[in-house]
Ligand binder design. Structure first.
Ligand code: ADP
Ligand code: MG
Length: 238
């Protein structure tokens, strides 16, 4: 069974087709990168997987369930955005456990989950702080903690590091990679950054103008780019 299957998915805004028949499949535990220039349709595709945008045509399957027309809350996904979107009046601990409280998780289980996630992300000393008392990197860690606490079958990341400074971005990049290796979760990760794509991805889909130009391993795409766009964008030697 595939972790995620996208079949001939299209998106039309008004009269403009911004996604033109996307086909993608990933295995459980794979780290998929959607990379391409600004405006090529990465966020739209991710939002459709999340259920935040409707699908104009085609099908999306998560595990063995067709989720094409399901509510976001019924899709077993968790999303981490570029802006951290933490609740400003809640503590770090409350931010992490909020989704679980809504799901009526028993209190001891909730405490154990928060403790586990905090340890994983090394934010234990921050649990009683409010978001405004955190640095950008710490906030992004809390946002990831909130996603991890929900233990979904797929994590969706939309340029989660692009608001961070260069040094922190490199640091968080290796943290995300390490986390993926340790926890073994399925991730779909949007970025316009080629280096991020090459270092994080097990598989990469290079997009342009609402179409996938090439799908493959980082090595394969770098060594054997299918066309000039892919070569240029991914920085392959000519
Ligand atoms: P990316 O994330 O790759 O930068 P997006 O998925 O955000 O690209 O956008 C793809 C295209 O769809 C862009 O041309 C954008 O202007 C357009 N678009 C995105 N959202 C909407 C919307 N709600 N209404 C109309 N056009 C949109
Ligand atoms: Mg985007």
């Amino acid at each position: 069974m595939k972790a995620l299957k996208i079949q001939n998915v299209e998106k039309t805004f008004g009269s403009i087709k911004v996604l033109k028949g996307i086909d993608l499949e990933i295995e459980p535990g794979q780290f998929l990168i959607l990379v391409g220039p600004s405006g090529c349709g990465k966020s739209t595709l991710l939002n459709m997987i999340a259920g935040l945008e409707s699908v104009s045509n085609g099908n999306i399957t998560i595990g063995d369930r067709d989720v094409t027309h399901l509510d976001p809350k019924d899709r077993d996904i968790a999303m981490v955005f570029q802006s951290y979107a933490l609740y400003p009046n809640m503590t770090v601990k409350q931010n992490i456990s909020f989704g679980l409280e809504i799901n009526k998780t028993p209190k001891d289980e909730l405490e154990a989950t928060v403790a586990k996630v905090a340890k994983m992300l090394q934010i234990e000393p921050l649990l009683n702080r409010k978001p405004k008392q955190l640095s950008g990197g710490q906030r992004q860690r809390v946002a990831m903690g909130r996603a991890l606490a929900r233990d979904p079958s797929i994590y969706l990341f939309d340029e989660p590091l692009s608001n961070l400074d260069a040094k922190l971005r490199v640091e968080m990049r290796s943290e995300i990679k390490e986390l993926h290796q340790r926890v073994g979760t399925t991730i779909v990760y949007v970025t316009h950054d080629q280096i991020e794509a090459m270092t994080l991805g097990d598989v990469i889909a290079v997009m342009k103008d609402g179409e996938i130009q090439q799908f493959g391993s980082p090595q394969d795409i770098y060594d054997n780019p299918k066309n000039q766009f892919v070569a240029g964008f991914m920085g392959s030697p000519s």
